[in-house]
Design a protein around this ligand. Structure first.
Ligand code: ADP
Ligand code: MG
Length: 143
């Protein structure tokens, strides 16, 4: 799934990239998303979740760590580990262990803040987003 970095010029274009990417995902896949605050990680995930059939509001799970969604025939978990600041406690670790399952597609923002990141599965892809001036973003997807 490795692709050259692409540039987007708007949030809509980043959502479209997320939607196209989501078509390759299967239950059990874990997708990591890196990039500084406002780079567009949640925007990319929103596009992916829409393509997977999620209809209601899609907001960042900044304080809850995880949010679950029902897509079309697949369950999805959206994690944001920023709050862990690299030092998850036992409760956080337990929560992370349970999130990535065979039946679920799991998106993880700020994986580097999860320290040991006790997800039970190896990531399927790593998406890296960067500011590229104004509303432009560079989006690189590595397998
Ligand atoms: P993150 O999850 O990385 O902190 P968000 O997706 O929550 O970032 O926020 C990105 C913000 O930048 C949103 O307000 C979005 O509308 C805006 N934005 C502007 N241009 C883009 C773009 N090309 N791609 C993604 N988001 C963009
Ligand atoms: Mg976010």
């Amino acid at each position: 799934m490795a692709q050259p970095a692409e540039q987007t010029a708007s949030a809509e274009e980043t959502e479209e990239l997320g939607a196209a990417f989501a078509r390759e995902l299967r239950p059990g896949d874990v997708v990591l998303l890196s990039g500084e605050l406002g780079a567009g990680k949640t925007t990319f995930v929103r596009g992916a979740l829409r393509a997977l059939g999620v209809t209601g509001p899609i907001t960042s799970p900044t304080f809850t760590l995880a949010r679950r969604y029902e897509g079309t025939g697949v369950e999805i978990s959206h994690l944001d580990l920023h709050r862990l600041a690299g030092a998850p406690d036992e409760e956080d670790e337990a929560l992370l262990e349970e999130e990535a399952t065979d039946a679920r597609i799991t998106f993880v923002e700020w994986p580097e803040m999860g320290a040991s990141l006790t997800l039970t599965r190896a990531p399927r892809a790593h998406v890296r987003l960067e500011h590229a001036g104004g509303d432009r973003r560079s989006v690189a997807i590595a397998a």
